[in-house]
Design a binder for this molecule. Structure first.
Ligand code: LLP
Length: 407
């Protein structure tokens, strides 16, 4: 299924006819398979998967992931609510805030959601208000540089996330002052992490800190497994990570004197490869040195190439076998929104359908209305059928919340 023309027997070209372009298409079976693969890789430990909702937060996707046996990690009170709408019980949701106001914490606690405390001031306020009555988790910054690039590295010394491991004495002081019930420790070092060793290094930081806590029930290793974006790209060897981390974890549990749960928070690993952004070539424009293909989408729908210099494979669905030429695939936004530069594609004509791969994670969820453009529909292929799980926006949606003054 390198460059699929069909997903679960459903023709992508027929989807373009039915729903128009641009459109996000998700392969529900692929998502379920990824959950199962992760469960298998970590089968030697009591595993809990907490899907990083931010990657793709359509309620139907959350339902599907729940059905496959995973919980969720939410990073806003809105994501918490989406999770609950998808049928998750509060115990299946962890809330990992990043410097949010305390009213959001209060709201989440009221809903019965566990909070992943990410700063010393938050620990202080949490302690003053809830003392030992509400169990919580602590997000540690392990000072590990990891991930595909600095913008998606979250566990290094200068990163805003979590509480520095060097501040462990202060953490412990707050725990003892307020008799906090800390049942979990968490790290997340970044995204696009290839190397199994990074997870082991993170584990060692967690293990050492964990010895200072008496009531732990779980250790959360975060997410960040790398998926293959380029042809012949390598992805995290999940079986190797599962084996190595699983062994180290079980050894630690013996030392700790209690069997803990191992939590993971993958986003990309579960949904990236399942997603395709289906677009149409509006124009093929030959310049002196470059041939541009202008498509009916851009950084408003998929910002990853521009924000992170991320590579997304593109193929011409309308001309699968033709001879190849080099193109710059660019968006229709009034910015330099290059989706793919100097890329070999089978010859493109105006009107051809192009497919942008790996669009499941951080695609729609980072989309915007920039240039007053409308966001595309989301189509889930599930049970061999196409289901529209979000309609295309219309002009009414764009102006819905504007109050028009009598000027
Ligand atoms: N857990 C936490 C606390 C996170 O902050 C993240 C991602 C994850 C889990 C999931 O990471 P993943 O398995 O998806 O790599 N928008 C960027 C990625 C930012 C990720 C932020 N945090 C991108 O498109 O590459």
């Amino acid at each position: 299924m390198q460059n699929p023309s069909h997903i679960q027997g459903v023709s992508l070209a027929a989807l373009a006819d039915e729903f128009g372009t641009p459109a996000y298409i998700y392969d529900g079976e692929k998502i379920t398979t990824q959950v199962k693969t992760l469960q298998e890789a970590f089968s030697t430990v009591p595993l809990k998967i907490k899907y990083a909702t931010k990657a793709l937060s359509n309620i139907n996707i959350l339902k599907l992931i729940r059905k496959a046996g995973a919980g969720i990690d939410a990073v806003s009170i809105e994501e918490v609510k989406l999770g609950m709408m998808a049928g998750y019980s509060p115990e299946e949701i962890m809330y990992t805030p990043s410097g949010v106001g305390f009213e959001e914490i209060r709201e989440a606690v009221k809903l019965g959601i566990m909070i992943n405390l990410d700063s010393l001031p938050l620990m202080e306020e949490f302690g003053q208000i809830y003392g030992n009555t509400v169990p919580a988790c602590i997000r540690i910054n392990p000072h590990i540089m990891a991930g595909g690039n600095i913008k998606i590295s979250t566990g290094h010394k200068e990163s805003k996330f979590g509480i520095s491991i060097e501040q462990l004495p202060q953490i412990l002081k707050k725990v003892s002052n307020y008799k906090l019930q800390i049942i979990g420790l968490h790290i997340h070092t970044g995204s696009d992490i290839l190397d199994a060793e990074v997870f082991l290094r993170g584990g060692n930081v967690l293990f050492e800190a964990a010895m200072k806590f008496a009531d732990l029930k779980f250790l959360d290793f975060g997410g960040g497994f790398k998926v293959a974006y380029k042809p012949n790209d390598i992805s995290t060897d999940i079986m190797e990570v599962g084996k190595k981390v699983g062994e180290a974890f079980q050894e630690f549990c013996l030392r700790y004197g209690r069997q803990l749960e191992l939590w993971l928070e993958p986003g990309k690993f579960l949904v990236s490869e399942a997603g395709y952004l289906l677009v149409k070539a509006n124009v093929v424009k030959e310049s002196t040195s470059v041939t541009f293909v202008g498509v009916d989408s851009g950084l408003n729908h998929l910002i990853r190439p521009m924000m992170y210099d991320a590579y997304h494979e593109v193929y011409n669905l309308s001309n699968p076998e033709g001879k190849k030429a080099k193109y710059n695939v660019v968006g229709y936004i009034c910015e330099t929104d290059t989706i793919a530069a100097h890329r070999e594609l089978t010859e493109v004509k105006a009107g051809d359908l192009l497919v942008i791969k790996n669009a499941g994670a951080y695609g729609f969820s980072m989309a915007s209305n920039y240039n007053s453009r409308l966001r595309p529909p989301e189509i889930l292929i599930w049970g061999g059928k196409a289901h529209q799980i979000r309609k295309r926006e219309n002009f009414e949606d764009l102006i819905r919340n504007q109050e028009i003054l009598d000027i």
